[in-house]
Design a binder for this molecule. Structure first.
Ligand SMILES: Nc1ncnc2c1ncn2[C@@H]1O[C@H](COP(=O)(O)OP(=O)(O)OP(=O)(O)O)[C@@H](O)[C@H]1O
Ligand SMILES: [Mg+2]
Length: 259
């Protein structure tokens, strides 16, 4: 069986700067896979390459064995990819529910024309999608907020809205960029529970996170990036005790402290 997601020798350059250098790994269907590394290591850039927001200078990115390099974000969404962003961009004055419904665009029958004409078929499917969106919010601990304007929720909870929005597209592969950033400690358990439930629904998850407790609790395997290159691949426990990884983090902190 082909890997759900496979990267080979992915290199990304901006002008003279090499942001990613020959990065490769494979994620099997049903895995929760971690992507970790110090600030600036290239994690978000790699997500941007996978989701079609950046075009790598060279390499290969396949989903279920099909080459996707150079595909647009829209084509990748149709192919079953969904993602959240490190800095969520929500419609702050719309309700939480309306924000989640934005994730349904890949599932609208008949395209935007029949949607704007409000044909009976589209009205029925809108009703179904609304019910599904409410159910997703309830399942991920945000049912109470469905009808509140998004700007009344904290930054941490905006990540939860984005998660539900991504899930409404019914992805087979979900990329989460720092879902725990800004979450109070008490909410991290809910997030761990949510990601496990997502995997149990047969969605393969790749997660970027600095919260090592969450990475250790959730992931089957991790890749560690540093300065755009793959430092190691293994379990979270192996990564945490790997001298190269410790040095990458400590070196970075020492530089940050000196700044
Ligand atoms: N569009 C761009 N143009 C130029 N450089 C970029 C661009 N996008 C990212 N970079 C550079 O790539 C490097 C990696 O950034 P990236 O945001 O991918 O790191 P990260 O691992 O996600 O860091 P963090 O943990 O802080 O989110 C940085 O040096 C950044 O400045
Ligand atoms: Mg990032």
């Amino acid at each position: 069986m082909a890997a759900r997601l496979a990267l080979q020798e992915v290199t990304l350059r901006f002008g003279g700067i090499t942001v990613l250098r020959d990065v490769g790994f494979a994620v099997e269907p049903g895995e929760i896979f971690g992507l970790v590394g110090p600030n600036g290591a290239g994690k978000t850039s790699l997500f941007n390459c996978i989701s079609g927001h950046y075009r790598p200078s060279s390499g290969s990115i396949t989903i279920d064995g099909e080459e996707m390099l150079g595909s647009t974000p829209a084509a990748l969404a149709q192919r079953g990819l969904a993602r959240t962003f490190q800095h969520p961009a929500l419609q702050l004055h719309s309700s939480v529910l309306e924000n989640v419904l934005l994730g349904a665009h890949t599932r609208l029958p008949g395209g935007p024309v029949s949607w704007s004409l409000r044909l009976p078929r589209t009205v029925r499917s809108e009703r179904r999608l609304r019910a599904e969106a409410v159910e997703l919010l309830e399942r991920h601990g945000l049912g109470w907020a469905a009808h509140l304007p998004a700007d009344e929720l904290s930054h941490g909870l905006h990540k939860g809205i984005e998660l539900c929005r991504a899930l409404l597209s019914r992805p087979s592969l979900l990329l989460l960029d720092e879902p725990a950033a800004g979450l109070p400690h008490s909410e991290v358990e809910q997030l761990i529970h949510s990601v496990r439930a997502i995997r149990d629904d047969d969605i393969t998850v790749v997660i970027v996170e600095h919260h090592m407790g969450l990475i250790a609790a959730l992931t089957d395997r991790v890749v560690v990036l540093d300065h755009g290159s793959k430092l190691m691949e293994g379990t979270a426990a192996q990564a945490q005790s790997d001298p190269r990884v410790i040095e990458a983090y400590i070196g970075k902190e020492a530089v940050d402290d000196a700044a």
